[in-house]
Ligand binder design. Structure first.
Ligand SMILES: Nc1ncnc2c1ncn2[C@@H]1O[C@H](COP(=O)(O)OP(=O)(O)O)[C@@H](O)[C@H]1O
Ligand SMILES: [Mg+2]
Length: 297
C-alpha cells in the first residue's frame, strides 16, 4: 500500500496554495499540521480526486489516482472540513443513506453501521436528528460515514474542530483504533491533536512541506534551545520583541517565559527540553506583536 505525491502543485489565480509537495504514505497515522491558509484542505481535496493538480501527480501503488478514478474512490473515506448533512435525518437514517450512495447492500450496510455506531460511541444516539447533535457528536457521525466502505485510505480534514477537551481525548483514542490496517491522514492546527497518535507529522507552511518526520525527529530538528527565564513584568514586552516566546506564565510581580534562542537569553536561564509545541512555534511562529500581548492581559 503506497500513496505517493510527486511535486504536487495547485494554484488559484496568482496564489500557489500547494507548492511542489512530494511525499509517500503507507499504513499508519499521518498528521498534517499547519496554520489556517497553509494549503491543507487543497492538498486533501487533490488526494480525494475532488480537485486536479496543476502539475505533479498522485499515484496509488504506482498508478495515477485520476486514472484509477472510481476504483480508487472505493478505497477512500473522506471527512470534509465543512461537512454537509441532512438536518432532519436521524443518525441511523443518515448513515443508511450515505451507505446507499456508496453502493453498499442494505444487509451489509446495517451490519457495518452497527459496528461503526458502537466504535464512535453513538449507538444510543442513533435515533437523534442530525440537527440536534452537538459538535462532537456530528464529527463522530462524520467519521462513521467516512468509514462506511471500510476504506484503506481515511482522510479527515480538521476532524477536531469545535471539540471540547474531553471529546478531543476520545477522538484520539478512536483514531488510534481505526488506524489499524489502514492509512489515516488528518489535518489540524492543534499540536496536541496529533502529538501522540501520529506516526509521522507533516508540517505545512505557505503551500510547502516544511518538514516531516516523527514527533521526536521534528523536536530534535529545532536548531535552537529552549530556556526558562523569570523576568519582571516590565521586561516582558522587550523579550517578546527580541525572541520567539513559546509560553508565558505569570508569577508574582513577573513572568516565566519559555524562550527559544541559541544563546542564554537572561541571567539564571534554565535549559528545558523541547516539545512539539516549541517546534510548531519555531517553524510557524512570528515573534508576537507587543500590542497583541498587551491586549491579552
Ligand atoms: N477555491 C479557491 N479559490 C481561491 N483560493 C482558494 C480556494 N481554496 C483555497 N484557496 C486559498 O488557498 C490557500 C490555502 O487554503 P486551504 O487549502 O483551505 O488551507 P488550509 O486548509 O490549510 O486552511 C488559502 O490562501 C485560501 O484562501
Ligand atoms: Mg482547511
Amino acid at each position: 500500500m503506497e500513496l505517493k505525491m510527486n511535486t504536487l502543485t495547485k494554484e488559484f489565480q496568482t496564489l500557489r496554495a500547494v507548492n511542489g509537495i512530494s511525499y509517500t504514505m503507507h499504513n499508519g497515522v499521518y498528521g498534517l499540521l499547519g496554520v489556517n491558509g497553509a494549503g491543507k484542505t487543497t492538498l486533501m481535496r487533490m488526494l480525494c480526486t475532488l480537485m486536479k493538480p496543476d502539475s505533479g501527480s498522485i499515484t496509488w501503488n504506482g498508478v495515477d489516482i485520476f486514472k484509477l478514478d472510481g476504483e480508487y474512490r472505493k478505497l477512500l473515506g473522506y471527512l470534509p472540513q465543512e461537512f454537509g448533512f441532512y438536518p432532519e435525518f436521524s443518525v441511523y437514517d443518515y448513515l443508511m443513506y450515505i451507505a446507499s450512495i456508496k453502493g453498499l447492500r442494505p444487509t451489509t450496510a446495517k451490519k457495518r453501521i452497527e459496528t461503526l455506531l458502537s466504535q464512535v460511541g453513538m449507538s444510543k444516539a442513533r435515533n437523534k436528528k442530525m440537527k440536534k447533535l452537538s459538535g462532537g457528536m456530528k464529527r463522530r457521525v462524520g467519521i462513521a460515514q467516512a468509514m462506511l466502505n471500510d476504506p484503506k485510505i481515511l482522510i479527515l480534514d480538521e476532524p477536531t474542530a469545535g471539540l471540547d477537551p474531553n471529546e478531543r481525548i476520545r477522538f484520539r483514542n478512536l483514531i488510534s483504533e481505526l488506524s489499524e490496517d489502514r492509512m489515516v491522514l488528518l489535518s489540524t492546527h492543534i499540536v496536541s491533536d496529533i502529538e501522540y497518535i501520529a506516526n509521522e507529522i507533516l508540517l505545512m507552511k505557505d503551500g510547502s512541506l516544511t518538514l516531516s518526520g516523527t514527533a521526536e525527529e521534528i523536536i530534535a530538528s529545532i536548531p535552537e534551545k529552549i530556556w526558562n527565564c523569570t523576568v519582571f513584568k516590565s521586561e516582558i514586552s522587550n523579550y517578546m520583541k527580541q525572541y520567539k516566546i513559546s509560553n508565558i506564565k505569570t508569577v508574582a510581580d513577573g513572568a516565566q517565559l519559555r524562550v527559544i534562542s541559541l544563546e542564554s537569553p537572561c541571567e539564571h536561564a534554565v535549559l528545558e527540553s523541547a516539545t512539539l509545541e516549541d517546534a510548531f512555534l519555531y517553524y510557524f511562529g512570528e515573534k508576537a506583536e507587543v500590542n497583541e500581548y498587551d491586549a491579552e492581559i
